[in-house]
Each structure stands twice: as structure tokens, then as C-alpha cells.
Unconditional design. Sequence first.
Length: 221
Amino acid sequence: MPRNSDAPDFDPVARPYRWLEYLSFGPLLERCRFYRVPELANAQRALILGDGDGRFIARLLSQNQQLHADGVDLSPAMLRLLSDRIARIGAQNRVNLHCADAREFTPLGDYDLIVTHFFLDCLTTAEVQALTQRIRPLLCPEAHWVVSEFAIPPGLLSIPARLIVRSLYAAFRLLTGLTVHRLPDHATALRACNLELVDRHQWLGGLLISEIWQLQATTRA
């Protein structure tokens, strides 16, 4: 598909992505990404945005044999790695892959699970708000949204955290052309769509977070 002029290009970092993670944070990003897998055993239809090389979706499909998923990523190289992983576990018939910009992609069907691992930080706050508003009408009652992200903790730890986040954005600007340079306010966007934070776990003093949100049962847009 044609790439928008402001869209980053993650193809150059697709193959070394896992090792770049290990070099920068050891196993912690992967631990954060996999943290909620045991809680998702009952999910049946998932929308997974920007899973990168597919480590999470392969793990989830292996442990949840009833799950069907739509996987969306802008990078063809990332999607090839993802496709290879799900082929190795024999789960091709349970995944539809879409090479698309999530800011423009229109999902189909009803979802009881949305997953965004280190993806929302590639968007502005306005883009996150638009994305959540577009997805909300497709959520089943009491659907869950899993978020893995970087965050700025309060207090003195905010100083090194800001430096780390700033350096990560600078690196990805150089490697991929990413134009976003600050973390979006995803929590406000999710709350505005009637999702409530159920649980939050953190690593590195709050620099890394894993959250699970749930759509409240009162209404469905």
C-alpha cells in the first residue's frame, strides 16, 4: 500500500528489532509484552495493532486455541516476520494480517480484545483519541484493551525517565523517520471511550507499564 508522507518506515529495523530491545532493556520489554497473556485465555476475537515481529501474537495464539485475530502493521517486513511465526505454530487460519496504517485502517467485526504493545507511543494524543473513538463501536460488552507502554513516573525518577524516552524518540526518528516526539495521553482517550483501568503493573520504577482496561457495561457506542 502507498505510505503516507508522515508515516514512519519500520522495515529497516524489522530483523534487528528483537536484539535492539535486548541491548537497550534486556528482557524487560518482552516481559512487559507477555505479562497479560495468562489473563486473556477467554478472548475469542482480537484486534492487535503494531505487534512488530509477532512474538506476542504467536504466544497468545499458542496459549489460546479459540482465539481469532486481526493483525495490523504498516511495515511489510514486520508482517513477514509475524507471518513466519504464526506459520511455525500452525495458526495461519486464525489470523488475518493487514498491511495498513492503523490511523486509517477500518476494522471489521466485533472484538472482545484490543492489544497495543509499544504502539500508541508512535501516535500523537489526537491520533490516539481518533483511533479509540473509531474502535469503540466495534467492542463487545466488557471487552478488554491491553496496553504496554513507556511512561514518565512521578517524583525524582521522572528526570532519568524523560531522558530515556527522549533518547528513544531520537533514535527512532533517525532509524525510521518517526515524527512523534512525546508520549501521548492514552489514558484520557481510553476513559473518554468508557473504558476503565482494571490493573496496572510497572517495571523500572514506572518507566515501563502494562495496563488492562475494560469497557464498562453501561453502553456500547
